[in-house]
Ligand binder design. Structure first.
Ligand code: NIG
Ligand code: FE
Length: 412
């Protein structure tokens, strides 16, 4: 099956040879081809170039993309897509003045979502999550990482991971699963955090490894949740079970988790709203991707990750949604890209690199998605007619997507 996209106004994020990620000044370069063609064969990018170099081939379908742009689909490397119900009442409490921590302290927050999830069947949870997955694909996401962490019991954490496994079986976009048992201490263990961590390491991780239910392990490293020592304990145990660390860190306080993440070769360190100069130094020259989650900063009215400073120091950056019921109830990567430009002063080129190629790296998917490169999956966004790609972040809250292709098949 061959599809030809012709007369593309501009083909974005074109990489002849794949790179793992881009950092610092390289992020300001977004390679493109104007007046381009793109040939897809059996769901894979087969060829591309300038229309002037195009020589006719037999195809099953031709899409005239005159006036429109094509870019790789967004790579959302941090979501909590599996959850039950919602937390709209906490949203109103927050408007009335309570902070994220105040809400958690009175039994809301993560524990509130855990209670709801524990009472929800696997089938129901699958259906609720599927609706959100369909919604984010329609918004241009073509690769996604999904975490557990609202189960907080053996059975419910496994239930979440099995929902993710079912999504992997039923969808053709790449999905990566992360075990986030150390998201909060459940009430049954409120005076025995060590006992809970032992249960995660000794009971759950072996089962997860045996059933191959996750690729990554995560911890919420934060005051009032899990300390740096706890985080290291979980990363260590995760590594023993073949799980690569990707951690929540520096959302509210900088307590040394970034340094630990680097020490344990975490694939990514995520949130980073609070960054000291030492945290930035620690990340330099490493393979750990810093991930900013501007939707969370927007929703909670907390600082934005100092991304400008980080990129100017030579670091790479990825952008993700953090889609979850408590701190970012939206999986809209288009909004994330806009917010990164408007609030974090990224240029459109930097934001698009952060939301595609660097996001792919933060999920270990840099050889499969994230750029227009021969051999990668044809997971593509076809925009409406727009003048320049700057219009995508500029027109925040407006959908500039005409259609989304996953493995060369239009899904929107
Ligand atoms: O990434 N910060 C920790 N975990 C999630 C939010 C969890 C929740 O409030 O339900 C986050 O922001
Ligand atoms: Fe998160």
């Amino acid at each position: 099956m061959r599809i030809l996209f012709k007369n593309i106004k501009e083909l974005l994020q074109v990489r002849e040879t794949s790179v793992d990620f881009v950092s610092g000044k390289e992020m300001s370069q977004l390679p493109t081809i104007k007046k381009a063609y793109l040939l897809v064969e059996d769901g894979i990018i087969k060829d591309f170039g300038a229309m002037t170099d195009f020589s006719n081939v037999e195809t099953d379908e031709v899409v005239d993309a005159s006036g429109k742009m094509i870019l790789p689909t967004w790579c959302d490397s941090h979501t909590h897509l599996v959850y039950a119900g919602n937390r709209e009442s906490e949203f109103v409490d927050k408007i009335k003045g309570l902070s994220y921590q105040d809400i958690a302290n009175k039994g809301g927050g993560i524990l509130n979502s855990a209670k709801k999830l524990q009472e929800t069947t696997e089938d129901d949870l699958y259906q609720q999550t599927k609706t959100r997955l369909d919604e984010i694909i329609a918004l241009g996401t073509g690769a996604v990482e999904i975490k557990s962490g609202y189960g907080l019991t053996e059975g419910s954490e496994l239930k979440m991971l099995r929902v993710i496994r079912r999504l992997k079986e039923n969808y053709s976009l790449p999905i990566k699963a992360t075990f986030l048992g150390a998201h909060a201490v459940p009430s049954e263990y409120k005076d025995d955090k060590a006992g809970y961590l032992n249960m995660l390491a000794e009971v759950l991780m072996p089962k997860i490894a045996e059933e191959n239910l996750a690729e990554f392990v995560d911890v919420f490293c934060e005051e009032g949740y899990f300390s740096v020592a706890d985080t290291e304990f979980v990363m260590e145990a995760g590594k023993r079970h073949g799980l690569i660390p990707k951690i929540h860190v520096n959302q509210f306080t900088s307590i040394g988790g970034v340094e630990s993440g680097v020490k344990f070769n975490a694939l990514s360190v995520d949130h980073l709203e609070e960054m000291t100069d030492d945290d930035i130094e620690n990340l330099k020259g490493t393979k750990t991707m810093p991930v900013a989650l501007p939707g969370c900063s927007f929703f909670l009215s907390i600082p934005y990750t100092p991304a400008r400073k980080m990129i100017d120091s030579g670091l790479p950056l990825a952008l993700a949604t953090d889609y979850n019921p408590g701190s970012s109830p939206s999986g809209n990567m288009n909004f994330v890209v806009s917010a990164a430009c408007i609030k974090m002063k990224l240029t459109p080129e930097e934001a698009i690199n952060a939301a595609t190629l660097n996001g792919a790296y933060a999920m270990g998917l840099q050889n499969q998605v994230g750029s227009i490169t021969k051999g990668k999956d044809a997971n593509l966004i076809l925009t409406k007619s727009i003048n320049s790609y700057n219009f995508i972040p500029y027109s925040f809250g407006v959908n500039q997507i005409e259609s989304v292709y996953i493995k060369g098949i239009p899904v929107v």
